[in-house]
Design a protein around this ligand. Sequence first.
Ligand code: PEP
Length: 250
Amino acid sequence: MRTPIIAGNWKLNKTISEAVALTTALKASVADVADVEIVVAPAFTALAAVNATIAGSNIRLSAQDVYSEDSGAFTGEVSAPMLKDVGCDYVIIGHSERRQYFGETNESVNQKVKAALAHDLKPIICVGEQLEERETGQTETVIDDHVTGGIAGLSDAELLSCVIAYEPVWAIGTGKTATPAQAQEVHSFIRGLLRKTHSAEVAVQLRIQYGGSVKPENASELMAQPDVDGALVGGASLEAESFAQIVKFV
Ligand code: PEP
């Protein structure tokens, strides 16, 4: 019922030529995949070249961030109309690295989500607890805060254009993956929240990805969980072969 979505977050990696080489190899490896939505998120500088490379393929383009204003005196920022113009369908918003290093808050995430939706870009909204928060029993409080803050004020239809990525911060880039049961528990909790903030229909239809050290070796077990609808992949998306294997495990 929910089409799985596997997205590769390339972070601060790949020059334009490296990004084109990776995309060219990936395109060939996943050409026969029809039942999974495949998304890559290169750095801003490589978006145009990657967009040209994926033309006519089953790969969609995402940015890694967006600013909340459309234009103006905001040096260094990139807006939703600009991302749409360069060929993006998706944009990652509120990644834990942006929350941790660049002062992203639930309020700024919410503003960016609204800016993206206003220009027909689909937000991938990242939420997730830190290790200390998990260990002190605050996981559900933090997830509640991130989810309700990030989606505040959205209509059901707007929310259904979004994807939520549950990414426990302690599992990102650390090699530590949440167990399938831990992922399922939080994904199910998020659906419960969506039932309260929006509707049963939204809770059932909205796609929730898991992110945090997803690799070919652990992808199939995670994806087999009933409320896990795909993955947001960092490290393993930087090689065509490992990312394609994850796509094919779904
Ligand atoms: C991420 O950055 O979103 C991520 C999940 O990274 P990794 O797969 O490397 O843990």
